[in-house]
Design a protein. Structure first.
Length: 230
């Protein structure tokens, strides 16, 4: 049980950048992991079974921190889609590599500071290349695919802010080594059998865009373009 009750009024949004986790064991022995990822003023919370990878829920959107309160505008919520467009406010405290969410009495340990990976940030799908032709899409339309990456963690989410529909998500850990981006899947909302798989992609940063090439989890070729959310 947490005993920390002091709110750190000087916490800034950038202080949260990176990834955080909370792990608890249920009375039945199930290990539940909750992971937070913050980057570029956006954040996600995802809950899943630490052993099986069974997806349980995710939510996220933009956020600010002021006077010890984290305020987030919800863009997607797999469990309660009616919350999309609303704002949540949580009292928080930060002490070294410990994040306390006082309203929910939860303690998160820092995984990383968002600095070790070359792709750290919040990204929106902005285009594809098919048959050698670039197909650009407006990244600001309601139907979005976002990837958010800390220094070591990644998550993609497909959703629609207008209809409040959540289409799917997946995530886990990642590395960027010698132009190769590797995803290690720890949860996948559409298919638990993908958990444990590792996918390699070629990547490059060109004029601020993330160029992403390889094979999808279904074995289909892909060539994607992602833009940083500002």
């Amino acid at each position: 049980m947490l005993t920390m009750t002091v709110i750190c009024w000087t916490v800034k949004a950038q202080d949260l950048n990176g990834a955080w986790e909370n792990t608890v064991e249920t009375p039945t022995g199930q290990i539940i992991k909750t992971v937070l990822v913050f980057a570029n003023g956006y954040g996600t919370q995802t809950i899943y079974d630490a052993y099986s990878g069974r997806f349980m829920s995710t939510l996220g959107g933009s956020f600010v921190v002021k006077n010890g309160v984290l305020s987030g505008k919800i863009e997607f919520d797999s469990r309660q889609p009616q919350n999309v467009g609303t704002t949540i406010s949580l009292k928080i405290s930060l002490e070294e590599d410990k994040l306390y969410v006082l309203d929910s009495n939860m303690l998160f340990d820092r995984i990383d500071h968002g600095t070790s990976g070359k792709l750290s940030g919040a990204w929106l799908m902005s285009g594809r290349v098919k048959d050698g032709k670039e197909q650009i899409r407006d990244a600001n339309i309601p139907r979005k695919t976002m990837k958010i990456l800390s220094g070591t963690r990644f998550q993609w989410i497909a959703y629609n802010t207008e209809t409040k529909e959540f289409m799917g998500t997946g995530g886990g850990s990642y590395t960027t080594v010698d132009g190769v981006y590797t995803e290690n899947i720890e949860f996948f909302s559409k298919d638990d059998s993908r958990v444990g798989a590792s996918l390699d992609f070629n990547f490059e940063l060109s004029n601020g865009d993330w160029i992403h090439k390889g094979m999808s989890s279904k074995g289909d070729p892909l060539h994607e373009i992602w833009k940083l959310r500002l």
